[in-house]
Design a protein around this ligand. Structure first.
Ligand SMILES: [Zn+2]
Length: 89
């Protein structure tokens, strides 16, 4: 089964939190291996979470989900305009 980018984005924070099941985790990892967009999103999401952990409050920064949501929306718009990268060889 090929995982859709939007599907990855829906579960990316759970993936980072290790709260996805093994099957979904495997699917996401397989997708990340060849999807630059999702890898970039994972990286920036992780950076936000690292900053949060350093703060020792374990509260998400104000506007965190809003910013992430906007970023994802941006990527969705971009992916609509451009043909998908890394198609079948
Ligand atoms: Zn993707």
């Amino acid at each position: 089964m090929k995982l859709d980018c939007k599907h990855v984005w829906e579960h990316i924070s759970e993936y980072i939190d290790n709260s996805v099941d093994a099957k979904l985790r495997e699917d996401i990892e397989r997708h990340l291996e060849h999807c630059e967009i999702c890898s970039a999103i994972l990286d920036s999401t992780r950076n936000i979470l690292v900053l949060t952990a350093d703060d020792r409050t374990f509260e998400l920064p104000v506007g965190y989900s809003k910013r992430l949501h906007e970023r994802l929306k941006e990527e969705i718009e971009k992916s609509k305009q451009e043909p998908p990268v890394g198609g079948p060889k």
